[in-house]
Design a protein around this ligand. Structure first.
Ligand SMILES: *Cc1c(COP(=O)(O)O)cnc(C)c1O
Length: 763
């Protein structure tokens, strides 16, 4: 394969056009490279070269003219050193050659010699020799560029074999036989289909047995992510969580569960028929879910939680087979993991961090000590698990996910994670026909993070988020000083007593101390914290809208976030999630500078339309078309005022803060409630008649997508705020068609007296 020919050579030199000996020699080198089918890119100075490097991840080799810095008056050797450092920070293997004609090697700083692949004397070495040398270096580099599984898949797909096995489309050929199929083929392209192979290809190994290149790729990922064992999962973290549960617990076991959990955890509880006992996070008046208080992670408070749970009668902390915690939270709060482990050490059977949104944590020092696979072996004694949706914040196909296991080989041998036994659970939840392109994307996502790549890429995300946060804070402060308002980022107001906007970007990009949730700080609104317990991830930017003061009181006027999100969406900017007065933007690897500048510009636009009370018909054409009577005569500010009045009247900020303050009392385990559902012993009950009834399914308001009621829990005094919350949503949906709340587990019926919510309860 001549793959390296697809990787251009970058030459940074200003003499390429010159009619002197150097210029002629360079010209010959370019010709020789071109005759070897290389594409050559030229840059005339170091800055230009750096720009090309930053925008082209596909370079095969870089040639740097060292003498360039001698020609510029006043230019010192710092310039090329900076360039080479910058390249090496992102790519430690890309061949870099220095070319010089005036300097002897001993005059080139050691720091440079250490980092380059080699050097040429332009006018002495022959162009053919130099071009050949470059080709060899590029080929060698490219040959080791691809991670094991992807490389084998590419090779296999390029062999044009006749397949007599599944999938039945055989490399896409079957699609060509019908018009719809032909369009499908054209859209997805030949490589996608040719690499959609089935498990009958022995060269690629078996995911279920972790053999051959699949196994190699998983072991490589384990090294990169800091695990003892890594399992590639092709059905998302929803499945990864179920695998971990099925591999670790049996019916009747007690499992400690973060109440702020994803619904796949609830499904895991049902499938394994365990008794859940909850760890409860706090919420603030924006409805943002905070961390679980540090004092919940110890034997005494676990004993107290067990004693308070009627289903766990007679159980002791030693009966806790498994603990599952969401890290980081949806809103970007991440725990200092070691104290949690220490607190639970000595009695729990396993500790599982659902890191669906957090696969990048290991690759940047910002997150040091705040993820499951951190290197703190002395912290605890039970096996550790991390489940990560690689597709959510790294670059991989949807459903690409991983399970990482760290087995500390301590304690009871029966509770160790024996790969053979654990694999039974893996196979139970895996298709026998996994998607090979998903596996390849897991392999590539890993390679992207390795050897410093992750640090550079995540560093870019953090830098971009920090720049946006500083700018937004500055704009907001200026607006307030001028008697106006603007959106503001949810983040510490000060760092070491200094105003946030005044703290240098370099510090904010590198010092986790800037992002800690200090106990008692007003901006976050959570109580029960300890210093260092939780940190806000800078890349998850929650933007607050006016309407709720930090202490939770609701202002006279306000701008409900649903309107802002709708406006942004109409401009092609889609927030990750929207609460009553806040929305979340993720600064992931796909975000570029332009994107965050556009966001800021659109926020200004929104404000302008709000102040001008622009007719809704001009902004939300669809909405007005569907509900002309409701919105036809209204402006943006009119609607904001009405929505805010609705929330204010219903004291929304208090409700969202208190919604989960008290745990509902369980009447049966989730699995038993599910049995009733399967057997049809359920009925739909309107909100007003819920008292005393038992929920048959979980109720999950979106956002944040966290269950407020779990199956088997009884509606009673403890759930009044939850029912009240659902009541406010029900009325809101009736009053503001087109802005309906999303509540999974709630049946919505339009009746004569208006819109009504029903919840599925056990009969
Ligand atoms: C999204 C998510 C999951 C499920 O992940 P998928 O890859 O979408 O299946 C699990 N846990 C949490 C906390 C999530 O946010």
């Amino acid at each position: 394969m001549q793959w390296h020919k697809n990787f251009p050579v970058l030459i940074i030199d200003d003499e390429i056009e010159a009619t002197n000996a150097t210029g002629r020699a360079l010209g010959h080198i370019v010709e020789h490279l071109q005759s070897r089918e290389f594409k050559v890119l030229l840059a005339s100075d170091y800055d230009d070269g750096r720009l090309v490097f930053n925008t082209r991840a596909d370079l095969g080799c870089v040639i740097v003219d060292w003498d360039l810095c001698l020609e510029d008056d006043g230019c010192d050797t710092e310039r090329p050193i900076e360039l080479i450092d910058a390249i090496r920070a992102r790519n430690y293997r890309l061949p870099i050659f220095l070319c010089t004609e005036r300097l002897a090697v001993e005059e080139i700083p050691t720091r440079v010699l250490e980092q380059v692949t080699g050097y040429f004397w332009i006018t002495e070495d022959t162009p053919d020799f130099i071009a050949g040398h470059i080709e060899q270096a590029a080929a060698e580099y490219v040959a080791h560029l691809l991670p094991p599984f992807f490389k084998e898949l590419v090779q296999y797909a390029q062999q044009y074999k006749y397949a007599w096995h599944t999938p039945g489309h055989t490399g896409g050929v079957a699609f060509l036989k019908s018009p719809a199929g032909r369009n499908f083929f054209n859209f997805f392209g030949e490589n996608t289909l040719r690499s959609d192979l089935s498990i009958s290809v022995p060269e690629l190994g078996s995911l279920l047995e972790h053999s051959e290149v699949v196994g190699q790729a998983e072991r490589n990922a384990a090294r990169a992510f800091g695990a003892d064992q890594t399992y590639f999962v092709t059905n998302g973290t929803s499945t990864a969580n179920k695998i971990v549960f099925h591999g670790r617990v049996t019916p009747g076991d007690v499992v400690l569960v973060d109440r702020n959990c994803h619904k796949s955890i609830c499904h895991s509880l049902i499938m394994t028929r365990v008794i859940p006992v909850y760890l409860t996070p706090t919420r603030n008046s924006q409805g943002i879910i905070g961390p679980i208080a540090p004092e919940q992670f110890n034997r005494d408070s676990v004993a107290a939680a067990l004693a308070a749970n009627p289903l766990a009668a007679g159980k002791t902390p030693e009966d806790v087979a498994h603990v599952v915690i969401t890290n980081s939270t949806y809103d970007g709060l991440c725990y200092h993991v070691a104290p949690l482990e220490q607190g639970l050490s000595g009695f729990v059977g396993g500790l599982h961090f659902d890191e669906a949104w957090y696969a990048y944590a290991r690759f940047h020092p910002m997150y040091q000590g705040r993820f499951a696979m951190a290197d703190n072996p002395e912290a605890g004694d039970c096996p550790l698990f991390a489940t990560q949706s690689t597709h959510k914040l790294l670059a991989a196909f949807s459903q690409a996910s991983m399970v990482h296991v760290k087995d500390r080989h301590l304690g009871d041998p029966a509770s160790r994670v024996d790969p053979k036994r654990f694999n039974e659970a893996f196979m139970m939840h895996s298709s026998t026909s996994p998607q090979y392109s998903i596996i390849a994307s897991l392999d590539v996502a890993t390679a992207m993070m390795q050897h410093g790549g992750g640090r550079a890429l995540i560093g870019d995300c953090i830098a971009e988020a920090v720049a946006f946060r500083r700018k937004l804070r500055q704009v907001q402060e200026e607006a307030v000083a001028a008697g106006g308002w603007f959106f503001s980022p949810w983040q510490p107001a000060t760092v070491d007593g200094q105003d946030f906007a005044a703290v240098g970007a370099a510090r904010l990009e590198s010092d986790p101390a800037c992002w800690l949730l200090e106990p008692g700080a007003a901006w976050h609104g959570f109580d029960s914290l300890a210093p260092g317990h939780a940190m806000l991830d800078p890349i998850k930017v929650t933007i607050l809208c006016p309407g709720i003061a930090p202490d939770g009181t609701m202002d006279e006027t306000g701008v409900p976030a649903a309107l802002v999100s709708r406006f942004l969406e109409s401009r092609g900017i889609v927030p990750e999630k929207t609460g009553p007065y806040c929305f979340l933007m993720l600064f992931s690897m796909g975000v570029t500078k332009g994107k965050s500048g556009t966001l800021l510009a659109e926020l200004f636009q929104f404000q302008r339309h709000y102040q001008a009370n622009t007719p809704l018909a001009d902004l939300f054409e669809d909405l007005v078309e569907h509900h002309p009577e409701r919105y036809g005569a209204m402006g943006l500010k009119d609607l904001a005022d009405q929505m805010h009045a609705h929330y204010r009247q219903n004291r929304m900020s208090v409700i969202v803060r208190d919604v989960c303050d008290e745990l509902p009392v369980p009447a049966m385990i989730p699995a038993e409630a599910y049995d009733h559902l399967v057997q049809g012993r359920v009925e739909e009950v309107p909100l007003g008649e819920l008292e005393g009834r038992i929920a048959a399914a979980m109720v999950v308001p979106y956002p944040p997508g966290i269950p407020v009621i779990m199956p088997g829990e009884r509606f009673g005094p403890e759930t009044r705020t939850i029912v009240q919350y659902l009541g406010v949503c029900q009325e809101f949906d009736g009053a503001f068609p087109g802005f309906e709340s999303e509540n999974h587990g709630v049946l919505v019926r339009r009746e004569d007296q208006g819109l009504r919510y029903y919840i599925s309860c056990i009969r």
